[in-house]
Write a protein that binds this ligand. Structure first.
Ligand code: 5GP
Ligand code: MN
Length: 344
């Protein structure tokens, strides 16, 4: 953990190991595998140690993240606001995982900001804002889950791992590295995975749970997006998929159904930049992916009120779908040079 002061680790250790207390863990809204895996993995270890732990997700999360053997309940703030607020009120410590600014917790933002007891952030996104008392922000990590493994060992809780926590942290690493295919995997990633595998985790079951768990509607929606909604700009090495609210309804959309769709166009030879625009209530949710040294987080930050990593970023904008597409196609030529220079 290169960025984190040993003093911060010592303080977090004191907070989490000196006495048993009530802890709330919050991932970002629309949580992905790393956010949910990190929350469950962290929670399982803290519960094993003897804390009373609750996980509160700002929004609903996909079915392909609901097969964990962990029996910890995840409260969903958007559907169970009262219970979630009550849990926060009772908590002695709040831990935020896998996001770098309070805004990323969506409707939970205000409650996080006004939470009066100690707050800890454990995250791997660049440019963290200063909204927690203790910030463990390490951009060199493939995933927050990988970082949590090291944090737990550093604060002396390494003896409290179990199959349940190992499985959850492995899922976070698996999903954020694109099954170990992105450039973010590093020797430590595989070292952590090797430690997690000692808990006899079922890697095949996890792979199936996350990736081979489509509904027929979701598979058809993917086919429709690729066949009818993908536009390729070969001269700009870019592809764009856009999907309207009505089209989602046509395919009985459920939370998480479009997760990962943005990656598919990167399988086209010579494409280095892929974008998906999804129409939600009054806004367009944008996801960006790239290969090599093309920085999609800069595009997300500068044009779509978002952020993220170099090769995976997102944002949202108050426009119609057509306006968003127009904005995108107008700004693309500004990146032509960078797109053509990108080495893969
Ligand atoms: P996804 O495209 O899967 O929604 O998100 C990919 C990554 O982009 C996330 O891990 C997160 O870092 C970042 N990201 C996605 N949406 C937003 C957003 O609205 N704001 C910010 N700041 N980052 C986002
Ligand atoms: Mn992550």
């Amino acid at each position: 953990m290169k960025n984190t002061d040993i003093e911060v680790i010592a303080q977090v250790k004191e907070l989490l190991t000196n006495q048993k207390c009530k802890i709330a863990i919050v991932p970002h809204e629309n949580p992905d595998g790393d956010a949910i895996g990190s929350a469950i993995g962290f929670a399982e270890v803290l519960a094993e140690f003897g804390h009373q732990v609750n996980i509160i997700s700002p929004t609903e999360y996909p079915d392909f993240l609901k097969w964990f053997s962990s029996e910890l309940k995840i409260l969903v703030y958007s559907t169970d606001k009262k219970a979630a607020e009550e849990v926060l009120k009772q908590s002695d410590v709040l831990i935020c995982v896998d996001f770098n600014e309070a805004k990323r917790a969506g409707k939970l933002e205000k409650s996080i900001l006004k939470f009066a007891n100690p707050k800890i952030l454990v995250d791997h996104h660049p440019y963290p804002s200063d909204f927690c008392n203790y910030t463990i922000s390490e951009t060199g990590y493939s995933s927050t889950a990988e970082l949590i493994f090291d944090v737990l060992n550093s604060i002396g809780l390494g003896g409290f791992f179990s199959k349940k926590s190992a499985e959850a942290l492995y899922t976070g690493i698996l999903t954020d590295t694109g099954s170990f295919s992105h450039g973010t995997s590093n020797p430590n990633t595989f070292q952590v995975v090797s430690e997690l595998m000692k808990f006899d985790i079922a890697v095949e079951k996890i792979q199936s749970g996350v990736y081979h768990n489509f509904s027929a509607d979701r598979m058809k929606l993917l086919g429709y997006c690729l066949n009818n909604k993908m536009v390729v700009y070969p001269e700009l090495r870019t592809a764009l998929i856009s999907i309207s609210k009505q089209e989602l309804l046509d395919y009985n959309f459920k939370t998480g159904d479009t997760e990962g769709f943005v990656n598919f166009p990167l399988s086209i030879a010579n494409i280095v930049f892929s974008t998906i625009f999804i129409e939600k209530d009054g806004i367009i949710k944008a996801s960006f992916r790239s290969k090599g040294n093309f920085h999609v987080n800069h595009i997300a930050r500068d044009h779509f009120n978002g952020g993220g990593h170099r090769n995976a970023a997102g944002g949202e904008i108050k426009l119609t779908l057509n306006e968003a597409i127009q904005k995108f196609t107008q700004l693309l030529p500004d990146y032509k040079h960078q797109l053509l220079e990108t080495e893969i």
